[in-house]
Design a protein around this ligand. Structure first.
Ligand SMILES: Nc1ncnc2c1ncn2[C@@H]1O[C@H](COP(=O)(O)OP(=O)(O)OP(=O)(O)O)[C@@H](O)[C@H]1O
Ligand SMILES: [Mg+2]
Length: 253
């Protein structure tokens, strides 16, 4: 018995057919353990979103398989939530109601919902904003609400597709710190896609580096230094240099 939560075996994904055929992913093999924070790093078009969509159950492999706890992924499920880059909050619901939304859908009782919402409002530092609407918040605050909403339903697996890409660099760093802090309090499997080498180093237990399309895993780097991590530390700079070398190498192959 292993601690594998996600198992991906010889996975291939082809879009379209005939002359329109696009080989997006090739021979992906990856096991993700309980509580692991995984970052997927790779050039544009290498199949990162495709991989996440397969894990979410929105797309299906052409060959091979992806499983969660030994069960094939047949569609979306309550064990997984997805946070998109431009994750839209419901503009007609208050911050509290946005966070509460998934809990209602899952038939949590009123007092339980209230307790969870309060916990997350505190956690994302938005006390006093419970009854505001998304439009009354800054972009970074909305991202925090989106994060709270994704986590409130306590999914075993959190799938994040470049969730901070649209933020300014200062807010982005704050969000990364926030995510690390929240994840350390409440460890989940996170699969986090990013274009940013620094972001991946700050967040991940393991960084999956992919080749340009067709996306293959070219290297998996394990990071075990304590968090929060200082991107300018010797170790982080060394890892960043190594990642750049690998990406450069695969780009020229
Ligand atoms: N629904 C689709 N139908 C056909 N081709 C698709 C579809 N979705 C993605 N592709 C193709 O599959 C390849 C991988 O796309 P994907 O969106 O997974 O890349 P990505 O790594 O997420 O890129 P980016 O970093 O730019 O977001 C691309 O060549 C893309 O054109
Ligand atoms: Mg993408």
């Amino acid at each position: 018995m292993t601690d594998n939560v996600i198992q991906i075996k010889d996975l291939e994904k082809i879009y379209g057919s005939g002359t329109n055929e696009v080989l997006a992913l090739e021979k992906i093999n990856l096991n993700i353990q309980n509580q692991e924070f995984i970052c997927v790093l790779g050039p544009s078009g290498c199949g990162k979103t495709t991989l996440l969509n397969i894990l979410a159950g929105f797309e299906f492999p052409t060959k091979g398989f992806a499983e969660v706890l030994g069960n094939p992924i047949l569609g979306p499920g309550p064990d997984r939530t997805m946070m998109f880059q431009d994750y839209a909050l419901f503009p007609w619901l208050t911050i509290s109601k946005n966070i509460e939304y998934g809990l209602k859908q899952r038939n949590f009782g009123k007092s339980e919902r209230q307790k969870i919402v309060n916990y997350f409002i505190e956690l994302i530092d938005l006390k006093g904003f419970e009854n505001k609407y998304p439009i009354q918040l800054s972009g970074g605050m909305r991202q925090r609400v989106a994060l709270a909403r994704a986590m409130a339903v306590d999914p075993a697996i959190l799938l994040m597709d470049e969730p901070f890409a649209a933020l300014d660099s200062f807010t982005r760093e704050r969000m990364q710190d926030e995510l690390v802090r929240i994840w350390q309090l409440n460890k989940k499997v996170v699969v986090f896609i990013t274009h940013s080498i620094e972001e991946s180093i700050k967040l991940a237990d393991r960084i999956i580096i992919m080749s340009p399309r067709p996306g293959r895993i070219v290297e998996i780097l394990t990071l075990d230094s304590a968090r929060p991590r200082d991107i300018s530390s010797d170790e982080c700079v060394r890892v960043a240099r190594r990642i750049r070398e690998i990406l450069h190498l695969v780009a020229n192959n």
